[in-house]
Write a protein that binds this ligand. Structure first.
Ligand code: BGC
Length: 360
């Protein structure tokens, strides 16, 4: 802001000199030199006024999945509305690249790092490197383990798993079940499974529910989930439910069920309310999804980041979550279970998905 008047002065001088550039007399050369000098000042003023804004480094695992594009968009929009720059990088499931991207941002002088870790253990390195430079780190959506993490902002992920399993068990309290987990390198995948187990355990112990397959999909890949279910279906088609941990893995499972004419007959859970998941829910091939309001998550993270940069902490971390080394202050938002009956009043009413896209 303080550089604005100077930019204004440069611009007005710049325009008044434009007509002088064609003549070579000494006074013209002098005027042209002044003009060039002003252009240089203008460029440097712009740089300075931008570099005076706080900058958040947002390190993501991927931007190929719809969910994370929403996160990025809400995050950047909130940050710019608060006069803050965001540097975004996605590592596409490559741990070394994620560390290199963090180092690069630290070298550029970001004021804080907000990290969606690909691997919750390996990213402890990023936290250590950032702290060595006096930069704080917020773990976004996924916990970073075994380090002095500054803040963790996510949803109640155990609750997500409980909601998934409760929905399915209410409709199929007995029979053969498949558990389709996500990436084991993602702490959330373990929390979803913990929540699912909280609900399923009594049914398993009483013998009502039999787990005929318990699998994890590397990097949450739909193709891997599909192969696991195809494999299960070579042994039996007597399957009542697939507790899939998100919509991507649900998509793979449902594709395998479709090949055997079982889609819509076997209950399948999901998570993210992505457009494919929502369409399958209203079409009846996926029983439910979990809608996690991403906008408040992203906006809370931006607000917390700015408060941490300015050392004016106002946002209260209501929980503490042990990450294996310390009790990390945590903010956990509430997830919402969605099926075809409440799709309109949840996902669509919030504007997360459009009615015409879901009911296409
Ligand atoms: C997120 C889910 C997402 C999954 C795969 C998890 O950490 O919480 O919302 O579906 O990663 O990207």
């Amino acid at each position: 802001m303080e550089y604005q008047p100077f930019i204004g002065a440069c611009i007005s001088h710049h325009t008044s000199q434009l007509s002088l550039v064609t003549n070579n007399s000494p006074s013209r050369i002098f005027q042209v030199s002044i003009f060039i000098f002003c252009l240089i000042c203008l460029a440097s003023c712009r740089q300075k006024s931008d570099s005076h804004k706080p900058t958040i480094g947002l390190l993501m695992e991927t931007l190929k999945e719809e969910r994370w594009q929403h996160d990025r968009d809400f995050f950047v929009a909130k940050a710019s509305s608060l006069g803050c720059n965001v540097e975004v990088a996605a590592c596409n499931n490559d741990d070394n690249l994620q560390i290199a991207q963090a180092e690069n941002m630290l070298a550029k002088g970001v004021d804080i790092l907000v990290v969606v870790p690909h691997n919750g253990d390996i990213c402890a390195t990023i936290v250590n490197k950032a702290h060595a430079q006096g930069v704080r780190v917020i773990a976004y959506d996924r916990l970073i383990r075994n380090c002095d993490l500054d803040l963790y902002i996510s949803f109640d992920n155990v609750r997500v798993g409980e909601m998934q399993a409760a929905y399915i068990v209410e409709r199929a309290p007995a029979g053969n079940y498949i558990l389709m987990g996500g990436a084991k390198t993602d702490n959330n995948a373990l929390l979803f499974r913990k929540g699912q187990t909280n609900v399923l355990q009594p049914y398993i112990e009483s013998g009502k529910i039999k787990i005929i397959m318990d699998q994890w999909a590397t990097d949450w890949q739909a193709g891997e989930a599909m192969k696991h279910v195809e494999n299960a279906l070579t042994k039996t088609t007597d399957i009542q439910a697939v507790v899939a941990s998100n919509d991507a893995t649900a998509a793979g499972c449902i594709q395998a069920l479709t090949e055997k004419g079982l889609a819509g007959k076997v209950l399948v859970s999901g998570q993210d309310a992505d457009i494919g998941g929502c369409r399958r829910v209203v079409a009846g091939t996926q029983s439910m999804t979990i809608y996690k309001p991403i906008q408040p998550l992203a906006e809370t993270a931006v607000e917390a980041a700015l408060q941490m940069i300015n050392n004016t902490i106002v946002i209260k971390a209501a929980r503490v979550i042990n990450n294996g080394k310390i009790d990390v202050p945590g903010i956990l938002l509430d997830p919402v279970a969605v099926d075809k009956d409440n799709m309109r009043e949840t996902v669509i009413a919030s504007g997360y998905q459009k009615s015409e896209d879901v009911y296409k």
